[in-house]
Design a protein around this ligand. Structure first.
Ligand SMILES: Cc1ncc(Cn2c(C)c(CCOP(=O)(O)OP(=O)(O)O)sc2=O)c(N)n1
Ligand SMILES: [Ca+2]
Length: 525
């Protein structure tokens, strides 16, 4: 009879989870034994980097990804990075090792006490099978839950289960096919189409799911058909619309009152592929202006259930976009030229203004470059200078948890080896996932990291002013040299002084990872 391990490896192979991101402990070794050909194990030196890389890889490949972590200590290290994966609705399957069952209750060393509770409420589903024979089915459930709910799942498996033998019943899970299909048909579809068609001043709000679901070009057609303004939903982690398109009004401010002000004068706000809304600063006010109706379309039932206002339709946004494009008879036409980019601001002294760095990226890198950004005081500069017009062009930590950027860039580059990938990372953020540089070097990932060094936690300086704590301690991070840190992890690095030198270096196309450090002036987010 086959072993739990053999059946589980077979299941993972059939479900396409053959790239495993991990950091092993002794509990995990029995699962890793006899990994079949075709499996690729990508080692990260810290679990935060492991999950960040897996998150980037899963987002860029559009497929669930297996993450193999050590019991409580490894799973605990992964929590911060998991907050981003939860917010970006990334389907990660986290498989953690566990002590043998008789050793869990007495809390022997490496026992993960109450393992499936440890990761809640972060993961959408967590379990520890009651017996070895149930492991293949539980693993299949973890994969299907992650894929259906688009949320990380967690499975804790005692390490002696993998060698246990299973009967033919356990093999039944190998042929399972589990899919979701939700298209608003009949009366639901007609009513929605009429509401949108009859709106006099509609506005569109687009979420990260639009980019994740590769609807980037479809929503441009829909927006040009509707003719109204388009916003990106607050707390943007993927770009859902060309940022210089004449209809694009930018990212909605993350406060209740300013969002309501933005909707003034619109009789219908159609929200596609976003929660309503992921506010940030607490700025109380009316949720919606008088006379404005909001309809949210999302396949995330929890997001639909928890929204504080408006109507919600739990459906596939892609199917709704198709429905509206078919039913709206307004011909629609391109809405004029894309907005030109302004001259980049400059800074006093030797440091560059972030806008000069971003203008160099825009001018010197190919149009299909994918950017993974984690620099929290330069968002305004970034959107003033960048001109992104392709699906999958922009990734940002979805829950604002630092430590996604650098590992995420490695993961995106591994998933899309034929696309230029650039990480734009602050000197504060870089430290939360720095060990991913080693993995990039080991796998010779073609990747450019642009390290913005302003010597401080710039965004917190700005928040300090906002919150009346201008002289908060612990905000300066002087003396970091990421060229030497990177070289220590095996990644070639250089410091560039001026804009022209930066442009010349960016124009090179190395086939290996590199880090470019540039001193930048502090700006406000
Ligand atoms: C895991 C984690 N720790 C701490 C923070 C708090 N934090 C921190 C520490 C920021 C400063 C980031 O500094 P940076 O150098 O990366 O970028 P800027 O200088 O452009 O702000 S922004 C922010 O929210 C966080 N978001 N996530
Ligand atoms: Ca900084």
């Amino acid at each position: 009879m086959p072993s739990v391990r053999r059946v589980s490896h077979d299941l993972l192979e059939r479900q396409g989870l053959t790239t495993v991101f991990g950091n092993p402990g002794s509990n995990e070794l029995p699962f890793l034994a006899d990994l079949p050909d075709g499996f690729r194990y990508v080692l990260g030196l810290h679990e935060g980097a492991v999950v960040g890389m897996a998150d980037g890889y899963a987002q860029a490949s559009g497929r669930p990804v297996l993450v193999n972590l050590h019991a409580a200590s490894g799973s605990g290290n992964a929590m911060g990075a998991l907050t981003n994966a939860v917010a970006s609705r990334t389907p990660l399957v986290v498989l953690a090792g566990q002590q043998v069952r008789p050793a869990i209750g007495p809390e022997a060393n490496l026992a993960s006490v109450d393992a499936q509770t440890l990761m809640k409420p972060l993961v959408g589903w967590a379990a520890e099978p009651a017996c070895a024979e149930d492991v293949p089915r539980a693993l299949a459930q973890a994969v299907f839950e992650a894929r259906l709910q688009r949320r990380p799942t967690y499975l804790s498996v005692p390490y002696d289960d993998w060698s246990a033998e299973v009967d033919d019943n356990a093999l039944a899970v190998l042929d399972r096919r589990v899919e979701r299909a939700s298209v608003p048909g009949g009366e639901q579809g007609r009513r929605l189409a009429e509401r949108v068609a009859s709106a006099e001043r509609p506005a569109l709000v687009l979420g990260g799911d639009i980019d994740s679901a590769d609807l980037f070009d479809d929503v441009v057609r829909l927006a040009e058909r509707l003719g109204g303004p388009v916003w990106a939903a607050p707390s943007l982690f993927r770009l859902p619309f060309p940022n210089r398109h004449p209809l694009f009004r930018g990212v909605l401010p993350a406060g209740i009152a300013p969002v309501s002000e933005a909707f003034e004068g619109h009789d219908l706000v159609l929200v596609l592929g976003a929660p309503v809304f992921r506010y940030h600063e607490y700025l109380p006010g009316r949720y919606l202006p008088e006379g404005t109706r909001l309809i949210q379309v999302t396949e995330d039932a929890s997001a639909a259930a928890r929204a504080p206002m408006g109507e919600a339709l739990v459906a596939d946004p892609g199917a709704v976009v198709d429905l509206l494009l078919t039913s709206l008879d307004a011909p629609g036409e391109p809405s004029g030229p894309y907005r030109p980019t302004p001259e980049p601001l400059t800074a006093d002294g030797s440091a560059l203004h972030p806008e000069q760095v971003f203008a160099a990226l825009r001018d010197e890198l190919p149009e299909d470059t994918a950017y993974v950004v984690e620099s929290t005081s330069t968002n305004a500069a970034w959107w003033r200078q960048m001109d992104l017009r392709r699906q999958g062009s922009y990734y940002f930590p979805a829950a604002g948890g630092l430590g996604f950027g650098l590992p995420g860039a490695v993961g995106v580059a591994m998933a899309q080896p034929d696309r230029p990938v650039v990480g734009v990372i602050g000197d504060g953020s870089a430290n939360y996932g720095i060990t991913a540089l080693w993995t990039a070097a080991q796998h010779r990932v073609p990747l450019t990291i642009v390290l913005l060094r302003n010597g401080t936690y710039g965004a917190l300086r700005w928040f300090g002013g906002l919150l009346g704590v201008p002289d908060a301690p612990g905000l300066d991070i002087p003396g970091l040299d990421f060229t030497r840190i990177a070289e220590g992890y095996g990644v070639r690095a250089r410091h560039v002084g001026g804009a022209e030198e930066l442009r010349a270096v960016l124009a090179e196309r190395p086939d290996h990872p590199r880090l470019i450090q540039v001193d930048t002036a502090l700006t406000t987010p």
